[in-house]
Design a binder for this molecule. Structure first.
Ligand code: SAH
Ligand code: ZN
Ligand code: ZN
Ligand code: ZN
Ligand code: ZN
Length: 436
């Protein structure tokens, strides 16, 4: 990724593209090209254009046509109308087509007659669309990992305990729906949420004040100025107070592009902020794996990583097992003061008075580093030669002059990944990269 400034001339169905660079082995300068901000795989979005390439009129026309053809069948407005009609139907006439992932009105049954569908869609089902819709599975870009109840409840309790009243849910449909249903059921629950997500299926269940079709890699509002204004108003209500943004982006995502969009959302909040809190940032929870810590801190130096392990429903690896837990690598990064983020003691978290934050039970305070150094929840050990704490499975290797797994292969010249500098993977599989 070269530039996080989306190109307004090169637009694919997911909005303005970003500028990337293709480097070939040994060459310093690579060739630059525009490609889809969100799709890593050319199969999913085939937009490709060299930066210096002249594009013919015919190709531009074809591109426009392609973009037009890749629009969803209904607009958000139309979907809102359809929903109104849908809820008027008796239970026996409420169908959901599983193939088209669409609520069906009786007049449309015919067209979907050879599709699988669900019947008797209840009010409760309509209130939890993340259970009704199947999670998108595109491995690299669009994989949807839904919060386990435990984690979703924890987040919501944390948000309310901290006194927030509005949540900008960016790529967190399950958190959004939890807030929405609670608000509709409990009279004195005053939290509201606005969902920003690229998954347009959600427009079937939410009004234009509850959901904006949004691409968080290029800060693109598909609904144009009106949608952007909905978001701005939401952030700036009540003088911008008591609002927090919560985001859980796809992990294959480009941190730089995400950070650039999040800064724009923060700037939106700042815009109409009238008085006071001049130097403040909009409060944010960015949920992401711990191994991206240094990348996130590059863009948001004021952020810190919390030890809380976020668990998911449909992710075999990141699930909290019944017996003993599997460790999830996913954490909360935040610009709030760490001591304010109270982690559940009954799940083994404890408060470290020196670090002034809650840490995992296994995370021991290291007197030499003067911090609770574990990143993964296991007890780490201090290496005097490396002058830092390392994973329990690592040993100091005099050949490499650093700590590594016992059975690693020493490489005198090895300097870790060419791109991020970390050990454990090569440039071609660096998690912080897309096609470069
Ligand atoms: N744990 C969250 C879901 C996270 S999965 C929850 O339970 O609520 C990632 C989410 O980000 C999905 O909802 C997905 O649709 C959305 N997403 C993926 N790519 C996106 C993009 N480019 N812009 C906006 N949202 C995106
Ligand atoms: Zn269908
Ligand atoms: Zn400590
Ligand atoms: Zn240490
Ligand atoms: Zn060492």
């Amino acid at each position: 990724l070269v530039s996080c400034v989306p190109s307004c001339n090169c637009v694919c169905p997911l909005g303005p593209t970003l500028l990337f660079v293709k480097t070939s082995q040994g060459k310093e300068e690579g060739r630059r090209f525009y490609a889809c901000s969100a799709c890593r795989d050319r199969k999913d979005c085939n937009f490709f254009q060299w930066e210096d390439e002249k594009v013919s009129e015919t190709r531009l026309a074809a591109r426009e046509e392609y973009n037009r053809n890749h629009q969803p069948p209904f607009t958000h407005r139309q979907n809102v109308e359809r929903y109104k009609n849908f809820v008027l139907l008796p239970l026996s006439k409420r169908r959901f087509c599983q193939e088209c992932q669409q609520l069906l009105l009786p007049a449309e049954w015919e067209k979907h007659s050879d599709h699988q569908f669900l019947c008797d869609i209840s009010a409760a089902q309509l209130k939890s669309p993340s259970q009704l819709l199947y999670p998108l599975e595109n491995k690299k870009t669009n994989a949807q990992y839904l919060f386990a109840d435990r984690s979703c409840q924890f987040l919501l309790d944390l948000i309310t305990d901290l006194g927030f009243r509005r949540v900008l849910s960016v790529g967190t449909p399950r958190l959004h729906e939890t807030i929405q249903s609670k608000a509709s059921q409990e009279k004195d629950f005053r939290v509201r949420s606005l969902l920003l997500d690229i998954d347009f299926r959600y427009s079937q269940f939410y009004t234009e004040d509850e959901f904006c079709h949004y691409n968080m890699f290029n800060h693109y509002f598909f609904g144009g100025e009106t949608a952007r204004e909905t978001c701005r108003k939401f952030l700036c209500q009540d003088n911008g107070e008591r609002v927090i943004m919560v985001t859980d982006p796809p992990f294959g995502g480009l941190v730089g592009a995400l950070a650039s969009s999040f800064k724009k959302l923060m700037a939106m909040w700042k815009e109409t902020e009238k008085e006071g809190h001049n130097n403040q940032e909009m409060p944010m929870f960015w949920i992401f794996p711990y191994f991206f810590e240094s990348r996130i801190l590059e863009f948001f130096p004021r952020f810190s990583m919390m030890d809380y392990q976020v668990d998911y429903d449909n992710h075999a690896l990141y699930k909290h097992g019944k017996t003993g837990r599997r460790q999830s690598p996913v954490r909360i990064f935040t610009n709030l003061t760490p001591s304010m983020i109270v982690l559940p003691v009954e799940e083994g978290y404890r408060f470290c008075a020196i670090c002034q934050r809650y840490v995992s039970s296994g995370n021991q305070h290291c007197d030499i580093c003067n911090s609770c150094t574990s990143k993964d929840g296991r007890r780490w050990k201090h290496c005097v030669l490396c002058k830092k704490c390392v994973k329990p499975s690592w040993f100091h290797c005099n050949n490499c002059n650093c700590c590594a797994l016992q059975n690693h292969t020493c490489e005198k010249t090895y300097t870790g990944c060419f791109v991020c500098g970390k050990a454990g993977h090569k440039r071609s599989t660096c998690p912080s990269l897309s096609r470069t």
